[in-house]
Design a protein around this ligand. Structure first.
Ligand SMILES: *Cc1c(COP(=O)(O)O)cnc(C)c1O
Length: 394
């Protein structure tokens, strides 16, 4: 991770360190080396098996353009996105080789686009399969596809009665190269839930009715549920990005994200001062306040009562989160601190993404995917792959 303390405390120091930081209010640091380490950990739980990566929603807000190539260097050759547009963008980033699966499947009329972009649709209904097969017949070629079956979540995938109809149709998969049969857990993060075992059984039974193909069931949490759930390959997303796949247990993943915001100004206020919009907080004693350059427009939940950290001290938010700023109680810091321009930690060694999510009554996924476009982004470990590649070609 960046040694943030090196330039915390001095506006001039920060300005000379990074021109991007001069323009932005906050710095998002993304450790690609940690993402790669997390990928290895998840893959190795499969006993030499393969492991896909879910990079939908711009790699959970962290930047698919940087994240996906880092995973390719780790040997990942199967990627999942949610939308055709995300798939097309990823194809441009990764070139022709990796398989790109589109989880939300084929919207009516999108078949030719999907085929031309070289994307593999996750066929979620009989109607999608028929439309894809019709295109294959029209173009007189074989088209790749995944089929998702609904093993008990009632969100996406063919319901059992559609699977039965397809199983009874000898031409259902004419000109279709079935690359994958998959399903998704509703409650993988609750290991004690009986529905997980029920979904496991339902998936096995439904997959039996379809042509032989690799199978995939587990998301990040599913990888830790039961080794059998990994099937031929797992589809982790959140755990790659450092979110705990086992809520309530110690997080086995390496942290990936660090978020620091710049101090704009400080002030002293007497007891009785109303603080921020709605005077939602009031000073009951004299306080020192610092205003930082981060707000709900950056994806920080407006209602989150949270903390920032500087010099090992916990600095509580005071009053409401504004669009572009947050007020901190810095009374606990030595006089003179923080200086304007100093960076305070919002996510990092003192406070995880999961903790920030809990404070806002949400999940780490939403914290990451809510990040706005105003952060100065710093990617660590970007050259690791090149260094390894050079070593190997000697
Ligand atoms: C998002 C998603 C995943 C990844 O889930 P995580 O919980 O982030 O690991 C896997 N499979 C499907 C179908 C998904 O929609």
């Amino acid at each position: 991770m960046l040694k943030r303390d090196d330039h915390a405390g001095s506006a001039a120091g920060a300005a000379t360190l990074d021109p991007g930081l001069v323009q932005a209010g906050a710095v998002l640091t993304i450790d690609l080396g940690a993402i790669r380490a997390n990928y290895r950990l998840l893959r190795d739980r499969q006993g030499g098996g393969r492991c896909a990566a879910v990079v939908k929603a711009d790699a959970y807000g962290l930047g698919a353009e940087k994240v996906a190539p880092a995973l390719v260097r780790e040997g990942c050759d199967r990627f999942f996105v949610a939308l055709l547009g995300e798939g097309l963008a990823l194809r441009k980033i990764l070139g022709a080789n990796p398989e790109i699966f589109v989880l939300n499947g084929l919207p009516p009329g999108a078949e030719a686009f999907c085929a031309a972009a070289g994307l593999i649709p996750v066929l979620n209904s009989e109607a999608q399969l028929f439309a894809w097969r019709a295109l294959a017949a029209k173009q007189e070629r074989t088209l790749p596809a995944a089929v998702q079956v609904d093993s008990g979540m009632a969100r996406l995938g063919m319901p059992p009665y559609e699977v039965d109809r397809i199983a009874a149709d000898p031409h259902a998969f004419d000109r279709i190269d079935l690359k994958l049969v998959m399903s998704h857990f509703a409650r993988a993060d609750e290991p004690g839930e009986a529905s997980n075992a029920a979904q496991r059984r339902a998936f096995a039974a439904l997959a039996e009715k379809l042509p032989a193909a690799p199978r995939s069931l587990a998301n990040s949490s599913g990888i830790f549920l039961n080794r059998d759930d990994i099937a031929d390959f797992a589809r982790p997303g959140c755990a790659l990005y450092g979110i705990n796949p086992q809520p309530g247990l110690p997080n086995p993943m390496r942290p990936v994200v660090r978020l620091d915001a710049k101090v704009i100004q400080t002030r002293e206020v007497p007891a009785g001062t109303g603080i921020g919009y709605g005077h939602a907080a009031k000073a009951t004693v004299p306080m020192r306040l610092a205003t930082i350059s981060l707000g709900y427009a950056d994806g920080w939940h407006r209602r989150a009562a949270s903390y920032a950290f500087l010099a090992g001290k916990r600095l509580p938010f005071v009053g409401r989160v504004s669009m572009d700023s947050i007020i901190l109680d810095v009374t606990a810091l030595p006089p003179g601190l923080p200086e304007p321009g100093a960076l305070v930690e919002l996510i990092g060694p003192h406070q995880s993404v999961d903790e920030v999510a809990a404070q806002a009554g949400t999940i780490g996924y939403e914290v990451l995917t809510s990040f706005g476009s105003r952060f100065h982004r710093v990617y660590l470990g970007i050259d690791e792959g090149e260094a390894t590649a050079r070593l190997q070609t000697r």
